[in-house]
Design a protein around this ligand. Structure first.
Ligand code: UDP
Length: 141
């Protein structure tokens, strides 16, 4: 295991449900530290750039529309094995398939409105953290 950083986004559906604190508690309960955070209302071009890897997928347009439908809370999580740990806490992409007790099982409504984003690998985590926090000092705790 290694000390890692990962990018997490609480999506517009979960922000609208006022469960930011409950989701932060899941991160902290699992030993992850929130070392940076900011709320943003993404523009269409920001959302398209962030999800560029999915641009050929049939759901891309709806995904971008959803991600700009309201503010999101963006954070960097740090901890041992943080990337995989966050993915475990999130649960499967489709909340109907997510294990009981995961963030998506408890807070998500559908595969489109699925409460959270989390980086899936070290390379994507580095790119995604830079996308939102470039030029900012991030402090380990
Ligand atoms: N998505 C969707 N329909 C699909 C597959 C994915 O709306 O059939 C959305 C969903 O919001 C998901 C995001 O696209 O979180 C990115 O997809 P990915 O496969 O990377 O899932 P994740 O890593 O978020 O679990």
């Amino acid at each position: 295991m290694a000390l890692e950083r990962t990018l997490s986004i609480i999506k517009p559906d979960a922000v609208a449900k006022n469960v930011i604190g409950q989701i932060y508690s899941r991160f902290e309960g699992a030993g992850l530290r929130i070392i940076a955070s900011r709320m943003a209302h993404l523009s269409k071009s920001e959302a398209e750039a962030f999800y560029a890897v999915h641009k050929e997928r049939p759901f891309f347009k709806d995904l971008v529309s959803f991600m700009i439908s309201g503010p999101v809370m963006i954070q960097v999580l740090e901890g041992e094995d943080a990337i995989a740990m966050n993915r475990r806490l999130m649960g499967a992409t489709d909340p109907k398939k997510a294990d009981a007790g995961t963030i998506r099982a408890d807070f998500a409504d559908s595969i489109d409105a699925n409460a959270v984003h989390g980086s899936d690998a070290a390379e994507t985590a580095a790119v995604e953290i830079a996308f939102f926090f470039a030029g900012m000092n991030l402090y380990s705790r």
